[in-house]
Ligand binder design. Sequence first.
Ligand SMILES: [Zn+2]
Length: 297
Amino acid sequence: MQSERHLMKSSLSIAVIVAAAALGVAYWQSSRPGTNGNETQPAGETLVLPLRVHLVTGLDMVREAENADGSPSATLMKMTLSKKEAEAIISQVNDLWAPARIYWETDPEQGGGGIIHEQAGGGNRSPEEIMTLAQRAVDRKRGSTFNYMAKVFPKLADPAQNESMDAGGVLHPGRARFYHLYLFPYVGQTLQGTANLPGTFAIVGTYSDKKPNQNGFPLPRPHLIPGDAEGRLLPDNFPAAGALSATIAHELGHNLSLRHADEGMPDNLMKGRVKIRLGPRQISKARQQALKGPRLR
Ligand SMILES: [Zn+2]
């Protein structure tokens, strides 16, 4: 799911993106002499992109609904992910991005931004304000044109942990030294994530009531796509409720300028229920964008 407002803004730069994608193909052809032109071969060297994963704590998100008999139901959602679980998830995100030779580095010793727990609002906002913002996120409906990506989610972040954010929770993408992925308990009704296109700000919910858990009964999401005996990720082992790793890889794809398109692949990362594979045009386009944003090497 992309930020609608951001989509409108970025439509002006479509021509630039198309031109960049064309250049990407030319770069790929010229930089790999001696290859047989196999389209699945990515261009050039591995691009290492610094990522900070923010596990946002101190948020009680409550989704209310009615049971079939009309009695009230409420699901309380909190951040429960450990740093170790997030590490495993990001490791699979890197498996999904490996065909593009793009690596998301979280290890601070390697220049990454770390995987951190942070208090919602950085402790600078009153409990009432945090509660109001959390409820706005919970009440968010798919297709809403309200700018949650500017007016709600950044305000729930800790500005001290994001160099591209000012003290008021306003994002200045030009200042970013890291890509910033925020994991919240919940990011909106039937939604799983949103990201700026392109950008360095993405959000993902650890609970979702997207199919098959619709109608106000969110469930904690599976963390990973299970591998087969050889560890391969295949459409067959994709969980019905999706996996956090796949959603995160998808949202980071938006940050790298990719829109919803399947390139003729039913299991394409950017479209479809099963999100595993990137197409050659997407790889080229994402790499072009990666060269413009924060990068370690
Ligand atoms: Zn999307």
